[in-house]
Design a protein around this ligand. Structure first.
Ligand code: 5CA
Length: 438
């Protein structure tokens, strides 16, 4: 994308209402605009990041055999009356009436809807297990929306649902999703730790939250440093193998982690002092096993091997996709701006033409840009070099390719690694392959 053509409204002033770094940076870098309290429009660069995150979530969910669907945002109140949650959910639910005076609502989550769809279409134990997910906008009328997309009213969530024949099978689904989540967060370039959690209005017995470690997080967290060492991509745990799921379960059971709500000082004292880590975290995911809570209350049965009907065991699994945009920035920024992890960055590189109009500079820039116009943000504006450097740092692309008249003559490209600040002077071929353009 050429910056002279792009809609990339960066702000010079720090917006007064933004209290935390990610909110300020998202507004300054032109990723989002607030349209009303807790509701945001996603602008091109922000939308790219949102989509990149959703795509990683999708790939890793598909890899454990989950199937993607898309349920609507609007739901009938009748569904929620069947489960008994229509009244229980309270003022956080946005209730709507259609022209026929039928009660509707903007979905805050989809347990009821998926249970209803499942019940109408799945009749036998032979069709189990099933794991379905969607990535869809949710609405919760939060009493105090704040911190930008971090606690919004309308937000983008991946929510998945599993159906199994028994507790034992449902527990496997649960740990399968946990493994998928740990891989997702790793790919997103953030350190996320699962922590035993309360179940709140979703209900159930077994639940973990995933917290991205960031100094400005809302929750206090305590964990064993072994969590930092675990590389879920390298550990080659196979979500299809029961023994690997057992391994994960025992790792989780023996490696301490807790939010301040659940912190246990006795267990904490047993960890060697040099391995104790205290900090803050942002809840980016939450998984639940709640057994037959919804299948029973909504009367959804399937027939078992001997023909006797039974209630399938369920779990539900959420990831805050839009919240993650803020959480990643909280975990990865400096005074100059955002530092995007490679897999989520809106562009692989910013290409800074320091002398637009200079023939050699223009030509070399065009040549680089042509390699992959989708992956490069080409700063071709007639602006001072300082302005371009500042904007590129603010926007946080993993690489900056800097072209000035001196380098252009010898076809040398100066690269700056945004994360480390390291600079490289490289010939054309080496430079473009380092950025990942070839
Ligand atoms: N039905 C379950 C799992 S699918 C559920 O709704 N769980 S949840 O309430 O914990 O939400 C899942 C995730 O959505 C949270 O971990 C959080 O990352 C994100 N989330 C929840 N509320 C908000 C909000 N107001 N703004 C942004 N993200 C949110």
């Amino acid at each position: 994308m050429r910056l002279t053509k792009a809609y990339q409204p960066t702000l010079k002033e720090v917006p007064a209402e933004a209290q935390i770094a990610s909110h300020r940076l998202m507004l300054r870098a032109g990723l989002v605009r607030q349209t009303s309290a807790g509701i945001y429009a996603w602008l091109p660069a922000g939308l790219r990041v949102l989509r990149n995150i959703a795509q990683i979530v999708r790939e890793e969910q598909d890899a454990i055999g989950a199937e993607e669907i898309l349920m609507p945002t609007l739901q009938s109140a009748d569904l929620w009356k069947r489960s008994g949650r229509y009244d229980a959910y309270g003022p956080e639910m946005l209730r709507i009436q259609d022209r026929h005076k039928r009660e509707m609502l903007y979905g805050p989550t989809n347990e009821e809807m998926i249970t209803d769809i499942f019940g109408a279409t799945v009749k036998s134990y032979k069709e189990l297990p099933k794991m379905l997910y969607h990535i869809q906008w949710k609405f919760r009328d939060e009493i105090r929306p704040r911190f930008g997309v971090m606690r919004g009213r309308e937000f983008y969530m991946k929510d998945g649902y599993s159906f199994d024949v028994s507790y034992e099978e449902a527990e496997k689904s649960y740990y399968r999703v946990m493994l998928s989540y740990l891989r997702i967060f790793r790919r997103l370039g953030v350190q996320a730790v699962p922590m035993a959690a309360d179940t709140g209005p979703i209900g159930g017995e077994l639940s973990h939250e995933f917290l991205v470690l960031a100094p400005t997080g809302e929750s206090g967290v305590f964990y064993d440093s072994d969590w930092e060492a675990m590389d879920w991509q390298d550990m080659s745990l196979d979500p299809g193998k029961d023994e690997d799921l057992e391994t994960l379960k025992s790792l989780v059971a023996k490696t301490y982690s807790a939010t301040d709500e659940k912190h246990d000082d006795g267990a904490w004292q047993l960890i060697p002092a040099e391995k104790r880590r205290e900090g803050r975290g942002i809840e980016v995911g939450h998984i639940f096993y709640f057994g037959t809570k919804y299948t029973e209350s909504m009367g959804v049965e399937v027939s078992g091997p001997d023909g006797t009907p039974f209630y399938p065991h369920m779990g539900s699994y959420g990831i805050g996709v839009s919240r993650l945009v803020g959480a990643i920035i909280e975990a990865s920024h400096d005074d100059a701006g955002i530092i995007w992890p490679k897999e989520v960055a809106p562009y692989k590189a910013a290409l800074l033409n320091l002398r637009p109009g200079d023939e050699a500079c223009d030509q070399l820039c065009e040549e680089i840009y042509a390699l992959d116009p989708e992956a490069i943000l080409y700063d071709d504006r007639a602006e001072r070099a300082g302005v371009k450097f500042n904007d590129a740092d603010l926007m946080g692309h993993p690489w900056q390719a800097i072209i000035g008249p001196r380098g252009a003559k010898t076809r040398t490209i100066e690269l700056k690694d945004r994360a480390t600040g390291e600079r490289f002077e490289l010939p054309f071929d080496e430079a473009v392959s380092k950025i990942g353009l070839r």
